[in-house]
Ligand binder design. Structure first.
Ligand SMILES: NC(=O)c1ccc[n+]([C@@H]2O[C@H](COP(=O)([O-])OP(=O)(O)OC[C@H]3O[C@@H](n4cnc5c(N)ncnc54)[C@H](OP(=O)(O)O)[C@@H]3O)[C@@H](O)[C@H]2O)c1
Length: 246
């Protein structure tokens, strides 16, 4: 896919990986719909960079609220005929163990159901030749890569990885789905983490450092541009799945 003039929606583009992906797709001359939840200032910063190389617009919605997802797409449809590439990036992680019902509910809606509902709205948009979904999962969602202290997050990232493969059986060739499973990636999500945890995560790689958000964005551009890649979950973790998580 030549991204020039294509319309892309990046969820959670106000920060971290989503911001980097929005900017990388804009550098390929895509028009970027910059989605955010609470962080309007962050989304405005992303759009300012996007606007220097291409164009785009801001779109707010709490993706844990189905009505706000419907309103998000109703708003987009007012100005945009269709969307060519959807990046399901928004999400956050909460620690939880097997008995933590509130965390099961939170991570189900935050990580999995939100991406399902956004994908459903995306698929229902008018056809425009090949269209793509790129899901951001996690090494914690890879089989054998899960983290017991983040049981719910790991389980629903695994569910999202499964969807990234199986959905193709009904959606291709019109809509092709792939995923990126990042390892420890340097973003504002790590801002509150203790220094010893950060150092342990950096050591739990083969490259001795966190993955950078622009390295994840580079993989997103590759997936968007390569039309033969179908149903793959690309692990981009600096080697953490080889040496073991922190
Ligand atoms: N960083 C890592 O080490 C790492 C590793 C593996 C996977 N990931 C995944 O990569 C993705 C991005 O993470 P990040 O590290 O870039 O985190 P981040 O900097 O904290 O950004 C998270 C983004 O998700 C949005 N978001 C979260 N919940 C939302 C909701 N209910 N409604 C709307 N937007 C919501 C946030 O929007 P607002 O702030 O505007 O509300 C923000 O734009 C996540 O899916 C995460 O699980 C990250």
């Amino acid at each position: 896919m030549d991204l020039t003039g294509k319309t892309v929606l990046v969820t959670g583009a106000s920060s971290g990986i989503g911001k980097a992906i929005a900017i990388a797709l804009a550098q390929k001359r895509a028009q970027v719909l910059v989605h955010y939840g609470k962080n309007k200032a962050g989304a405005e910063e992303t759009l300012a960079v996007v606007a220097k190389v291409s164009g785009g617009s801001l779109h707010q919605a709490d993706l844990m609220d189905p009505e706000q997802i419907a309103a998000l797409f109703a708003g987009i449809k007012k100005t945009t005929r269709t969307i060519d590439v959807l990046v399901n990036n928004a999400g956050d992680s909460r620690a939880g163990e097997i008995g933590d019902d509130d965390v099961w509910d939170y991570q189900y809606r935050n990580i999995f159901l939100s991406a399902v509902q956004v994908s459903r709205e995306f698929i229902a948009l008018p056809a425009a030749g090949l269209r793509k979904i790129i899901n951001i999962t996690s090494i914690y969602g890879n089989l054998f890569g899960g983290e017991p202290d983040y049981l719910q997050y790991s389980a629903f990232k695994a569910a999202l990885a499964s969807l990234s493969t199986t959905l193709n059986k009904s959606s291709a060739p019109d809509v092709i789905v792939n995923a990126i499973a990042p390892g420890y990636t340097q973003t504002p999500a790590w801002a509150g983490a203790p220094k010893d945890v950060i150092e342990a995560c950096a050591r739990a790689t083969a490259i001795g450092r966190f993955v950078r958000a622009d390295e994840v964005a580079h993989a997103a551009v590759f997936i968007a541009e390569n039309d033969a890649l179908v149903g793959q979950v690309i692990t981009l973790d600096g080697g953490t799945s080889l040496v073991g998580t922190a």
